[in-house]
Design a protein around this ligand. Structure first.
Ligand code: SF4
Ligand code: SF4
Length: 525
């Protein structure tokens, strides 16, 4: 039995729960008590009643009771627990670096009388000159596709991964993490295939997450969650994982069963999610935060409000020990979701039509906003602090999140053809050199979009360093965006747009300063 100051047999009253939460903030022991029947229980005080009961029921299962009953093991998990480091601001870092490295070149042109904003932005945003002479430029985002294997066989209906053999060992991956971490640790994204198939090599005390976290990197795992047993969940909390991206497209077992190609997989995914929630509660942690990746297809597109309702029902409304405003709670962003339009030409039959997209972005999104509005009211967010769903999860909505330079009707026509980001791509790619994506055979690409589309790689990390591969290909950056960029990740388009805006703003400020200081008369002569 785990440590507890409540005598066995005490009823688990609200007061007892509050007392336990207070103790939990400072105690080194886990927050567990025994109920009248001798079972180990947790309060789950920050959850809504319906989900609290669901988690308590799961906790009563033998796999959790066996772990919680081993008090020493729980104490060790808690004692060795790490907190995730903060994630770097990707967009700000790219524009800051370009401005630091190229400002003098742009100002020189200004002094020589160049007033063309576009020409000045070109100089300020030039990666070739920025990297010249710098061997330690920042890699802000490191994507490691640790395996392309996945035990979901047959694979999900929309899976568009092309398999490659695993040639890199865990030591190779650790070498890349160390290399990228200097001078500033990147955000690390472990993905697959199914990365948790590597087991303790990912979540063990000496695994990749622990290693990267110790180096100062926030780590995110992109997973189907079905391998997250109670022990794995506790380990993920212990080693300081920052975030889990979990695939869930529908809560309708019929529809999700079709997309997963097996009906029972929905239960396996939910099991993994609930195990993470229990592990966080048992260890008094707010990490890893859970994000849901929902692939939008013609089969589930109108079910999004139901999925949202479900996610809001199972999310933690308040984290233990936090007493500020609900919207300031560190877990207020938990269970954010990411809507991903189904990609790949092989998935054309799963793609919604233009009319279906239009209905989604109007009626369905409006319904989702109502679901979110009701939730905010129900959990007590004051009227003047409530915000629209599109503002709360700004990266979620593929149309609203980026500037598409086209009307909604035009966008829906393009989306029906699988061109989701065509109108959102910037003329140049500014983000590629701040990222590295490495596949299991060691081949390195600029970004996640290319890691799927696979143009010729920048090189192979088995024969050359990450930064050397970037530098030796920097001349190729001028080719992008091109046909390989049609699957550019929405997040990357947004970062590119933000970087360009920031460069333009800088140039506009310089032009204004220059002109208002009277220099224009001098240079215009
Ligand atoms: S879980 Fe991911 S990698 Fe596995 S089959 Fe499904 S989409 Fe593919
Ligand atoms: S897909 Fe193209 S534009 Fe997008 S990040 Fe990659 S190289 Fe840049």
């Amino acid at each position: 039995m785990t440590s507890s100051t409540d005598a066995p047999g005490d009823a688990l009253s609200g007061e007892a729960i509050d007392r336990r939460i207070q103790q939990h903030r400072t105690a080194e022991i886990t927050l567990t008590v025994t109920n009248p029947t001798g079972e180990t229980v947790l309060p789950f005080a920050g959850y809504r009643q319906s989900h609290r009961e669901r988690l308590q029921e799961r906790l009563r299962r033998p796999e959790w009771q066996a772990i919680l009953a081993r008090g020493d093991a729980m104490r060790q998990w808690k004692a060795g627990m790490r907190l995730p480091p903060p994630a770097p601001a990707q967009q700000a870092r790219a524009s800051q670096y370009l401005r630091e490295r190229n400002a003098e070149r742009a100002k020189k042109l200004l002094r020589e009388g160049v007033r063309d904003e576009r020409a000045l932005v070109e100089v300020l945003g030039n990666w070739e000159t920025a990297l010249s002479g710098d061997d330690r430029f920042p890699i802000v985002f490191l994507g490691l596709v640790v395996t392309l294997d996945c035990f979901f066989l047959p694979r999900c209906l929309y899976c568009n991964q092309t398999w490659l053999p695993r040639r890199l060992t865990v030591d190779n991956w650790k070498g890349l993490l160390s290399e990228a971490a200097q001078p500033t640790p990147p955000y690390v994204y472990l993905t697959g295939g199914e990365p948790l198939q590597l087991g303790a090599e990912v979540w063990g005390d000496d695994g990749l997450v622990a290693f990267a976290t110790q180096l100062g990197s926030a780590v995110n795992i992109n997973t189907n969650a079905a391998l997250i047993t109670p022990q794995v969940a506790l380990q993920l909390v212990k080693v300081g994982l920052a975030k889990l991206h979990i695939s869930l497209d529908s809560v309708d077992p019929e529809v999700q069963g079709q997309l997963f190609q097996r009906r029972e997989r929905l239960e396996a995914v939910l099991s993994g999610i609930y195990n993470v929630q229990i592990a966080r509660e048992a260890l008094g942690a707010r990490h890893p935060q859970i994000h849901i990746n929902c692939v939008l297809t013609a089969r589930n597109i109108y079910q999004f409000p139901d999925l949202l309702r479900f996610l809001l029902d199972i999310r933690q409304v308040r984290s233990s020990g936090f007493e500020g405003k609900i919207k300031d709670d560190p877990l207020f962003g938990d269970f954010a979701f990411h809507l991903i339009p189904v990609g790949g030409s092989e998935n054309a039959l799963l793609r919604p039509t233009a009319e279906e997209w239009k209905r989604f972005y109007t009626e369905t999104w409006e319904e989702a906003e109502h679901v979110w509005g009701d939730y905010q009211a129900n959990v007590g967010v004051p009227q003047d602090e409530r915000q629209p769903l599109a503002a709360h999860v700004p990266f979620a909505n593929p149309f609203l999140r980026a500037d598409h330079r086209m009307s909604l009707d035009e966008y829906c026509e393009q989306a029906a053809l699988g061109n989701y980001w065509q109108g959102a791509l910037t003329e140049r790619c500014y983000v590629g050199p701040t990222q590295a994506f490495v596949l299991p055979d060691g081949s390195q690409h600029w970004c996640g979009g290319h890691a799927i589309r696979r143009p010729p790689p920048l090189g192979n990390v088995q024969g050359s360093m990450l930064r050397d591969n970037i530098r030796s290909n920097i001349g190729r950056l001028a080719e992008y965006p091109n046909a390989f960029c049609t699957g550019c990740a929405g997040a990357t388009c947004v970062i590119n747009q933000g970087t360009l805006r920031s460069l333009r703003k800088q140039v506009a400020e310089w032009l204004h300063e220059w002109d208002s200081s009277g220099n224009s008369h001098h240079t215009d002569r």
